[in-house]
Design a protein around this ligand. Structure first.
Ligand code: ATP
Ligand code: MG
Length: 331
């Protein structure tokens, strides 16, 4: 679970007290694993600031960010990168312009696997996998594997960034252990002990199960091993759990925007990623996701999910927005 606890963020460009702006005013939010949240709100209401605090590119003045109960408030952005996939409004961000589609994908897919960027190479299996993934995008990217990303259209780049932000090569247990010790946000010795004892415990359970029922078929044994694998990954695989989208379709033409949005929806569902999607399009905010949050002047003024969300209309949202605005002016 991702939690924001009493987050306040102020900006002051000049240092003079009268220039202080409160971008976020004591915000608290709890987001369940796998929840797809759409975020709307006027310009300057605090949407991007929230995403930046979640990703670690901004530190809050007050409050905490917790991921699965761990305090990651002060964990630097690069150390959090393993948890997050991000797509920004600007198609120029998120991909390396001088590299080919294939190179960009390979780096994203294997992030954390290599110590030297010179050591990468494409396995035929990886390439085949990328082609299959790109084909689903229906943007002709699979025919441009060796083209530099810099010459591609905004829509193509956003689709590619989305794919890069969400796909991942399953880390090995050794990698998971290393990342957990480094990035879990707790004392390294505590993290190491936690990993090792859970791993041993599960392994012992697995061995016992296989030994006790010594007439298991090969398929049954594989199933036990799969369960073991799921238990370990569920607890320790921290990579790409959360997807942060900040108006990622705003720079695209309507047709491409729709395509990228549909793709987003599919990728989110397939990967079960916890997703925060900022959009200025109220209709999209209603159509997609399972929870909708409205920001206004650094506050959350609406938070609906389930049936209640399904009943929302653009008119209703506009009205709520106008009312909040009026109230704020009266204060
Ligand atoms: N780096 C910064 N320095 C100074 N002020 C900032 C900075 N980032 C954000 N702000 C201020 O904080 C407030 C919230 O900004 P934020 O970018 O979170 O808004 P937003 O909801 O994403 O708006 P938009 O819809 O325009 O993207 C605004 O008043 C903004 O001017
Ligand atoms: Mg913004």
């Amino acid at each position: 679970m991702l939690e924001l606890v009493n987050i306040t963020k102020r900006f002051n460009l000049t240092g003079a007290p009268e220039d202080e702006r409160t971008a976020l005013d004591n915000i608290s939010l709890q987001i369940e694993p796998g929840e797809f949240v759409t975020i709307i709100g006027g310009n300057g209401s605090g949407k991007s600031t929230t995403l930046n605090i979640v990703s670690g590119s901004l530190l809050p003045d007050e409050g905490k960010v917790l991921l699965n109960g761990r305090d990651i408030t002060k964990l630097p952005e690069h150390k959090r990168a393993a948890y997050f996939g991000r797509v920004f409004q600007d198609p120029m961000k998120g991909t390396a312009a001088d590299m080919s589609v294939l190179e960009n994908l390979e780096i994203a897919y294997n992030r954390g696997r290599f110590h030297s960027p010179l050591k990468w190479g494409f396995s035929a299996k990886d390439k085949e996998f990328f082609i299959e993934e790109l084909k689903r995008f229906d943007l002709g990217l699979e025919d441009r594997l060796n083209q530099k990303v810099g010459v591609m259209s905004g829509g193509q780049r956003q689709a590619l960034t989305l794919l890069m932000a969400t796909m991942r090569n399953k880390p090995t247990y050794k990698m998971m252990r290393r990342d957990y010790i480094l990035f879990s946000g707790q004392d390294e010795n505590v993290a190491r002990r936690e990993f090792d004892s859970f791993f041993e415990e599960q392994k012992a359970l697995l061995d016992e199960k296989i030994k006790k029922e010594n007439n298991l078929t090969k398929d049954e044994i594989n199933k036990c091993k799969e369960e073991f694998d799921i238990a370990i990954r569920h607890k320790f695989d921290l990579t790409k759990q959360i997807l942060l989208l900040d108006e990622h379709t705003a720079a695209l033409d309507p047709k491409t925007a729709k395509k990228v949005l549909e793709l987003t929806d599919r990728v989110v569902k397939e990967n079960g990623m916890t997703t925060l999607m900022v959009t200025h399009n109220m209709k999209d905010a209603i159509t997609y996701g399972d929870r909708l949050i409205m920001f206004h002047l650094g506050h959350i003024i609406l938070d609906v999910k389930g049936e209640e969300k399904k009943k929302l209309t653009v008119d209703k949202l506009l009205k709520m927005f106008e009312e909040a605005d009026k109230k704020a002016e009266e204060l």
